[in-house]
Design a binder for this molecule. Structure first.
Ligand code: SF4
Length: 332
């Protein structure tokens, strides 16, 4: 019996952890790095791609709605996670401005803080990037193409992070000219068995669907294409050759080798030892870079991530100066 879901589980718990629910199935939450910049700290590693973290709006149009239960996920998983959302989906126009208002509301506490740069605070009230990555699987939202187009029409860039199990929705983004500024496909395993063990899919053919999306990725000619490996020791940090074969199919501009971080709810599922060190990540990246003929162009120790670039990529050409400056802040 399929449980019909028209409500959000655990609203209080979400509010306490900083979420603000907008409409029937969307939410916004201030990112750690947004706060970090307002407090005078550095931007998140996505500044490689030009993100200004203090002006980033982290949101989801599919709160608690996902077809996976990844073992390393920092979010709490509800039993209703996969139950089809039978309620009316909100149109982007119904949620967009409310998301920005909630973001401003959440930032209001920084206004009176003398340690916060006034100019940065003023800029933060005008977000210029939307990270569609907060929670759930965004491609399950039927109006994703319209949401991305609305953001672009407002002069904002878009970051779409997806587990790529909905190739038909990704194709719709191409067909409807709604390619995100940055398209992130997350790769959780080098083969079917590891994929299933690491992301515990709630749908039968997630591996087949993922591979279909990898074949579709080169068609995103207006997006900076990134494959992100979230690496968990003892689970999916192995078989570099098999990862290389999958990445060659997708031909992304960048590959991120990112360590699983022992934070949030994942601490109840995994031991601290499952979190790779930066050296582990660099070793793995070196092997992978040789196999796919990409160059390691940067590392971010705080986020334990290495960036591998396709040197022939136009995006790398555009980003390389910025990446070099980020590598050597003294050059700034
Ligand atoms: S891109 Fe991601 S990590 Fe960076 S500020 Fe936005 S939500 Fe945070």
């Amino acid at each position: 019996m399929v449980t019909v879901r028209t409500y959000i589980d655990d609203v209080d718990r979400l509010r306490k952890s900083g979420y603000r629910i907008v409409g029937r199935h969307s939410a916004v939450k201030i990112c750690h790095w947004t706060k970090n910049v307002l407090r005078g700290g550095k931007h998140c590693y996505k500044s490689w791609y030009g993100v200004e973290s203090h002006r980033c709006l982290q949101m989801t149009p599919s709160l608690q709605y996902c077809n996976m239960m990844c073992i390393f996920c920092w979010r709490f998983h509800t039993i209703n996670r996969i139950a089809p959302y039978e309620g009316e989906w909100d149109y982007p126009e119904e949620i967009f401005d409310k998301l920005i208002l909630e973001q401003r509301q959440l930032l209001s506490g920084f206004k009176g803080n003398p340690a916060v740069d006034k100019k940065l605070f003023k800029e933060a009230l005008e977000p210029n990037n939307i990270a569609i990555s907060l929670d759930g699987e965004p491609t399950l939202y039927p109006y994703l193409a319209d949401l991305i187009k609305l953001a672009h029409n407002r002069g904002m860039t878009t970051f779409l992070v997806t587990n790529a199990t909905m190739p038909e929705r990704l194709k719709k983004l191409i067909d409807e000219d709604a390619q995100p500024t940055n398209l992130y496909i997350s790769l959780y395993g080098p083969d079917l068995e590891t994929h299933i063990r690491t992301c515990r899919p709630l749908i039968r053919n997630s591996w087949v669907r993922l591979n279909e999306s990898l074949r579709l990725m080169p068609s995103f000619d207006k997006s900076r294409k990134v494959i992100r490996l979230t690496l968990v020791k003892g689970y999916n940090m192995k078989d570099v050759e098999k990862y290389a074969e999958l990445i060659k199919i997708a031909r992304p501009d960048y590959v991120e080798c990112k360590a699983y971080m022992h934070v949030g709810e994942s601490q109840k599922r995994l031991p601290r030892e499952a979190m790779p060190s930066m050296n582990d990540i660099v070793d793995f990246s070196r092997k992978l870079s040789t196999l796919i003929n990409y160059k390691i162009v940067s590392n971010d120790v705080a986020s334990r991530v290495s960036l591998l670039a396709d040197e022939s990529s136009l995006y790398y050409l555009l980003d390389s100066d910025r990446i070099a400056r980020r590598n050597h802040p003294t050059l700034l």
